[in-house]
Ligand binder design. Structure first.
Ligand SMILES: [Zn+2]
Length: 422
C-alpha cells in the first residue's frame, strides 16, 4: 500500500509531503494510486524507539503479551521497542530470544527487538549465551538483567569484554543491593522515615554508575545506564563523557515529571524502581536530557496484573505503564524541547544505541517509512481503561497531557489511524 502524507510539518519545521511506496520506503515522488493522509497541522517525526519495554510474554500473559504491548507501543507512536529479558523463562538463550523476535514479527505492529539477559536466569553469576543470542536471527546487541543489577564487578567486567567483540552493549539497572535491597521502595530521606517505608538512597544508584563507567573505560567497551534517576548519577555521566568513556544513559518519562511526595497516599501506582525522586533530581534530569548528558528517553513500561499491584505499598509490584503516554509526558515535562530534540532523544539516539540501522532514520527518500504524526496542541485526558495494555497500573490516569499521537506508520503500513489501531 503506497501513501501520500500531505502537509505535515517535518520535525516541527517546514511543511512538506512524504511519499511512501508499496515496499515501505520513503521515495521522491508520489506513487500512483496512493492513499492520502491529510497531515495538515500535524508534526511528523521518525517513529519512536523505546530502549526499555517490559512485555510479559512468555510467562505472564495475563499482564501483557507481545501483541498487546505492540499495540500500546503503536498507539504511543513507537515503531520499535526493546523487550526486556526478565520474562519467565528469562531471555537468556538464542532460542528464547528468537522466539520473542518471531512473536514480534507475527504481531507486526512495531519492531520487537529482544534484549538478552547478561547472566543465566538473571542469577548474577554465570554469563548467559551472549554470543549465541547475538548470532541468532534476533541479532541481540543489547544485554540487561534489568529488574536486577549486575552487582558483581567481575561478572560486569567479563560481560563488557564479551560484548565488545561484536559491538554489543550492557544496559545496567544500577542498584547496589547492599545499599538498596529488594524491599527498598521509597527515596531515602525525611519522607521515607515519616512514611515508614524502606529507603532507596540515590547513592545506591550512583556507586554503580561510577563503577560501571570505570569498567567501560578499563575494558574499552560500551555501557548504557538504564533509568537514571538522580542528580549525582548525572554528575558522574557528565564527567565520564568528558573523559571520552563510551557510556550512554536513558531517563524515563515518569522521572522527568513525578516526584517522591506522591507516595504520601501510599498509592502503589506510584511504586517504581528506581523510586520517584525529589524535585532537585527531576530538575537535574531535565537539564541533562536537554544538554545531551542523558541521551534518550525510555519508558520502562512495566505492566502488572491487578492482583500483583493492588496491595499494601510495601508488598505491591514495582512499575508503571508508559508506552501510550510517553510523548505527552515528555512534552508536559519539557515544553521547550524542540521537535528536533524530541526526535533525537526518542528516536534517533535510541535507535543508534540499540544498533537498529533501520530505525531512527531521517524523514528522507531512501529511509524506511517509520513515521509518527502528532497533533502538537491537542489536550488529552488520560483514561486508563482506554489503553491497549492488558494492565491498568497507569499513573497518568485522569491527568491532562499535551500532544496526541494521531497516526503511526510502521514500514509503510498504517498501524494507528486517527488515534486508534488501524
Ligand atoms: Zn530497571
Amino acid at each position: 500500500m503506497s501513501l501520500v502524507i500531505k502537509g505535515a510539518s517535518l520535525l516541527g519545521e517546514q511543511a512538506g509531503d512524504l511519499y511512501v511506496d508499496d515496499s515501505g520506503l520513503l521515495v521522491e515522488a508520489a506513487p500512483s494510486g496512493a492513499e492520502t493522509i491529510d497531515a495538515d497541522g500535524l508534526v511528523a517525526l521518525p517513529g519512536l524507539v523505546d530502549l526499555h519495554t517490559h512485555l510479559r510474554e512468555p510467562g505472564r500473559e495475563d499482564a501483557e503479551t507481545i501483541l498487546t504491548g505492540s499495540q500500546a507501543a503503536a498507539l504511543g507512536g513507537y515503531t520499535a521497542i526493546l523487550a526486556m529479558a526478565n520474562t519467565s523463562p528469562v531471555t537468556d538463550t538464542a532460542e528464547a530470544a528468537t522466539r520473542v523476535w518471531e512473536l514480534g514479527r507475527e504481531a507486526g505492529l512495531v519492531h520487537v527487538q529482544p534484549v538478552g539477559a547478561v547472566t543465566r536466569g538473571l542469577g548474577g553469576e554465570e554469563l548467559a549465551e551472549l554470543g549465541l543470542m547475538h548470532r541468532s536471527r534476533a541479532g541481540v546487541t543489547v544485554f540487561s538483567d534489568d529488574g536486577r543489577c549486575v552487582h558483581d564487578a567481575r561478572v560486569m567486567r567479563r560481560a563488557l569484554e564479551y560484548v565488545k567483540a561484536f559491538g554489543g552493549v550492557v544496559s545496567q539497572h544500577s542498584q547496589d543491593p547492599s545499599l538498596a535491597g529488594s524491599a527498598a521502595c521509597c527515596h531515602e530521606g525525611e519522607l521515607s522515615g515519616r512514611l515508614g517505608l524502606p529507603g532507596w538512597p540515590g547513592i545506591a544508584e550512583e556507586v554503580i554508575v561510577a563503577r560501571d563507567v570505570m569498567l567501560a573505560r578499563h575494558t574499552g567497551s560500551r555501557v548504557h545506564v538504564a533509568h537514571v534517576s538522580t542528580a549525582g548519577s548525572v554528575e558522574v555521566l557528565r564527567w565520564a563523557k568528558a573523559q571520552g568513556i563510551d557510556v550512554t544513559a536513558e531517563v524515563t518519562p515518569h522521572h522527568l515529571l513525578l516526584t517522591t511526595d506522591l507516595l504520601t497516599g501510599y498509592d502503589p501506582t506510584y511504586k517504581v524502581n528506581p523510586p520517584l525522586r525529589p524535585q532537585e533530581d527531576v530538575d537535574a534530569l531535565r537539564g541533562a536530557l536537554a544538554d545531551g548528558t542523558i541521551d534518550a528517553v525510555a519508558t520502562d513500561h512495566a505492566p502488572h496484573a491487578r492482583h500483583d499491584k493492588e496491595h499494601a505499598f510495601v508488598d505491591a509490584a514495582f512499575g508503571m505503564l508508559g508506552l501510550e503516554t510517553a510523548l505527552g509526558v515528555v512534552r508536559m515535562a519539557m515544553p521547550d524541547l524542540s521537535w528536533t530534540d524530541v526526535a533525537r532523544v526518542m528516536s534517533l539516539t535510541p535507535a543508534r544505541i540499540a544498533g537498529l540501522a533501520d530505525q531512527g532514520r531521517p524523514l528522507a527518500p531512501g529511509s524506511p517509512a517509520h513515521v509518527v504524526l502528532v497533533d502538537p496542541d491537542a489536550a488529552i485526558t488520560v483514561d486508563r481503561d482506554a489503553s491497549a495494555s492488558l494492565s491498568r497500573n497507569n499513573p497518568w490516569h485522569g491527568r491532562h497531557l499535551t500532544s496526541r499521537v494521531v497516526h503511526t506508520v510502521y514500514a509503510g503500513r498504517v498501524t494507528v489511524r486517527d488515534g486508534a489501531l488501524a
